[in-house]
Write a protein that binds this ligand. Sequence first.
Ligand code: GLY
Ligand code: MN
Ligand code: MN
Length: 441
Amino acid sequence: MTELNAVYGARRQRLLDAMPNNSVALVLTGPEQVRSNDCDYHFRPNSDFYYLTGFEEPEAALLLKKAEDEATVTLFCRPKDTLREIWDGRRVGPDAAKERFAVDFTFEIAELDQRMGEALCDTDVVLLSQLRQEEIAPMFESWMAVVRAQRKQGVRAPESRLDLDAVLAEQRLIKDAHEIALMRTAAKISADAHSRAMAVTKPGIWEYQVEAEIKHEFAMNGARHEAYNSIVGSGENACILHYVENNGQTQDGDLLLIDAGCEYQMYAADITRTFPVNGKFSEAQRAVYEVVLKAQEAAIDVIAPGVSYDRIHDTAVRILTEGMVELGWLVGDVDELIETEAFKKYYMHGTGHWLGIDVHDVGDYRVAGEKTWRNLEAGMVLTVEPALYVAIDDETVDAKWRGIGVRIEDDILVTDSGYENLTADVPKSIDAIEALVGSRA
Ligand code: GLY
Ligand code: MN
Ligand code: MN
């Protein structure tokens, strides 16, 4: 048993511990998806499935069965196939998978229906993904039909169904030591990529050229993929929250907003920096930037175990709203502008999200079944990403503010004593940014 087997084994054991007696849980990873004609997208395993197995091939499933006196783990995968392996790539196959992934049983994926029909017999509870209900429902019905057909022989069918997503989300929300190590690396590679982007930028560079520098830095450091499509928006493009066209040419005087993070061994980083392409903030850009930076630093600083999640957003919103009043964008009492949500004109999104195998990672933000926000706990990883955006056609503000978009985003690990900023290496003070931008252009 390797060290990695122990990591995945411990995660499966935690899931088994959370399962009721006499239950089964099934986690599926999908088939490859067509991009166009006969070309597929690069395959990425289902996050829950990968979290529990470390298995990266398509068309596989994990079955956990918990009975009074024993628990078994079964992995289903594609069979060995010489011809398909010559064309499409290697397959581990059920025989080798048993030892390599340290599970009790392995079968070909084609046996899933038959084995599920057997596994559900005399089982009380079944745990399946609610989110993937549409895909799972027809299969589940066919398995249940097989089980119900045996009723006269005294076979019992499961009477209740639980949402496996909810159980795994709570588990994934608190990162284990292996995950934290990978996330540190994802953060480091991504931080270096942002620094590289700043260093190579000069007026006239195209947004996709900066994107290429970022992707190069990712891949050269072991992260072949982005965790999400990089956002590289210059000038007013920075005000489009999910701008991914990245086909504009930067102009002297523009700010460039880059929101990019790599996926390293399946774990995401998610960083945003905003900087002037000519290396010098204008007075207006500087004024906006200072407000966002102050909000971001204050919001990060409240992070500690036991702190309610909404304090992060509330802290950012207050400072941003004060800033909007000082800059003359909003007029009125800060409390009232917050109460009436007037601030949303210039800050319309949340201040962060959980981060992990998925960039917008799983886990509830509120206490289950209640309106109250949950408290932070050591081992959670989240982003803090306040921003300000002024639409190019906003006639209610002075022309000098129009088209300015600033977002600053870091990845924060909640620790026993407070927090650790995993992406602190990318410059974000005005002086540090101005010193770096264009230094290798
Ligand atoms: N990059 C997506 C986000 O910041 O949420
Ligand atoms: Mn984010
Ligand atoms: Mn982001």
